[in-house]
Design a protein around this ligand. Structure first.
Ligand code: NI
Ligand code: MN
Length: 225
């Protein structure tokens, strides 16, 4: 599978399907591509209603017909705005276009704006090429990460390290230990001054704490895994 990091919490996966996660593109200071340059995704996963995650999802769905998958409240919001969306909730799973998608909890808030509650913040475990990928969304560390690591043999974990709004590097290293992924990519850092972090510090701690290999991707960088 090809994994491209577009900065912040935005990733594009290309395997049997093209999956875009938290497409914060046009307003993302780290994203090196323009919205028009993005290939048409099959599925758009949105972890929660905050603007740095819902991002351009509705616009992309309206333009391409790609299905947004999100928690019920965010999915309804997207549908009302004219997007194609499938709602689900924490602990549930769906199969969409042959891709298995499971929704996890996240310790975070999710309002779309001051008037619209986005329900709960979430993360996802989804399958590509028979492997499990975990995108944690925005979250503090929580004990059930151990359970997620037990329920799924995680190939790749995408974990926030920016601190302030999510886990910082130390907690993300402990989260890596609980999740036991083969690979981990840090995200949600250096987009704004308040979430400035050194990913090398995360690499050091996570590789001390766990057997995972830490992959640090620059925004726009793509790797084959
Ligand atoms: Ni958030
Ligand atoms: Mn965020």
């Amino acid at each position: 599978m090809k994994v491209r990091y577009l900065g912040h919490a935005c990733f594009e996966f290309v395997a049997e399907k093209r999956i875009l996660i938290d497409p914060f593109i046009s307003q993302n200071p780290l994203c090196p591509i323009k919205l028009e340059e993005l290939a048409e995704p099959d599925i758009i996963l949105v972890t929660h209603g905050h603007a740095d995650h819902l991002g351009d999802a509705i616009e992309i769905s309206k333009k391409t017909g790609a299905t947004i998958v999100a928690i019920h409240e965010v999915a309804i919001h997207a549908q009302l705005k004219g997007a194609v969306a499938e709602g689900m909730n924490i602990g549930g799973s769906i199969s969409l276009e042959g891709v298995n998608i499971y929704m996890t909890e996240a310790k975070h808030s999710s309002a779309i704006d001051m008037n619209i509650s986005g329900g709960h913040a979430t993360g996802f475990v989804f399958g590509l090429e028979g492997k499990h990928i975990y995108h944690a969304g925005d979250t503090g560390i929580f004990r059930d990460m151990k359970l997620i690591g037990k329920l799924f043999d995680i190939y790749l974990a995408l974990l926030p390290i920016g601190d302030r709004y999510t886990m910082g590097v130390k907690h993300a290293a402990v989260a890596t230990k609980m999740l036991k992924p083969k690979y981990v990519i840090p995200m949600h850092y250096n987009t704004f001054p308040v979430i400035q972090q050194n990913p090398e510090e995360f690499r050091k701690l996570a590789e001390e704490e766990s057997k995972a290999k830490v992959l640090i991707l620059k925004p726009g960088e793509e790797i084959e895994l």
